[in-house]
Design a protein around this ligand. Sequence first.
Ligand SMILES: CC(C)(COP(=O)(O)OP(=O)(O)OC[C@H]1O[C@@H](n2cnc3c(N)ncnc32)[C@H](O)[C@@H]1OP(=O)(O)O)[C@@H](O)C(=O)NCCC(=O)NCCS
Length: 209
Amino acid sequence: MEIRGDRLKIAPITIEDAYAMRQWGTHENPLLFDYNLPPLSDEEIKEWYYYKTIGSNKRYYSVYNEENNFVGYMGIKHIRKMLREATLGIVFDPNYLNRGYGTEGIITYLNYFFNEMKMKTMYLEVAKFNKRAIRCYEKSGFKVIDVYLDEFFDQNLDLNDPCFLSEKSSFVIRNGKIYNYIYKMKIDRKAYLKEREQIGRHKTRPTIE
Ligand SMILES: CC(C)(COP(=O)(O)OP(=O)(O)OC[C@H]1O[C@@H](n2cnc3c(N)ncnc32)[C@H](O)[C@@H]1OP(=O)(O)O)[C@@H](O)C(=O)NCCC(=O)NCCS
């Protein structure tokens, strides 16, 4: 099974791609360190892969660019079949950011999600400081529906780091603990169709082979 966009191909993630993630670039911004893959053994990669792929409430895919390079992975989790809803997850190789791949990947997958899987609603959660991701989601038609505070993944973050200082309003420090705002975003079928009308330039349906 393959879902095709203009430049991208989305196909079920393979164990070979999971191993290839060890060659990915790294984020310099400490706020994004959670997306840097730690050094993992073959066994740990296998565990990660099976965690992502086993079970019927999630589906994970590799994303390949026009040169057939593995540039990222994306997927849906918490699939609720009765309610026809799921939550998006997406992570691209830091070497391939800001090229429109994230937005194209999401729009292409939304076509499949709503038209082929006949799903109704897609949710996602994103840190307020992650402005690139938020921009990408907004371009894809998602809207913020809720905001909440969560514990930041790195309690030893350098509070003098310029990346932190420029996003200070996305954080709260309470009793010495670092919290950050998380946006919950949503797109439903109706909003998706409206968005497609407005975008216009995007193809109507993905090619599935
Ligand atoms: C989030 C992610 C999937 C987006 O994919 P991408 O291919 O980099 O995004 P796109 O190029 O499609 O779109 C990025 C948009 O954000 C904009 N942008 C980039 N940095 C920005 C910043 N600091 N502030 C505001 N906008 C920013 C870009 O200009 C572009 O918008 P434009 O087309 O209007 O110019 C990708 O960056 C990624 O994997 N990041 C690391 C992991 C991550 O954050 N995952 C999401 C977790 S919720």
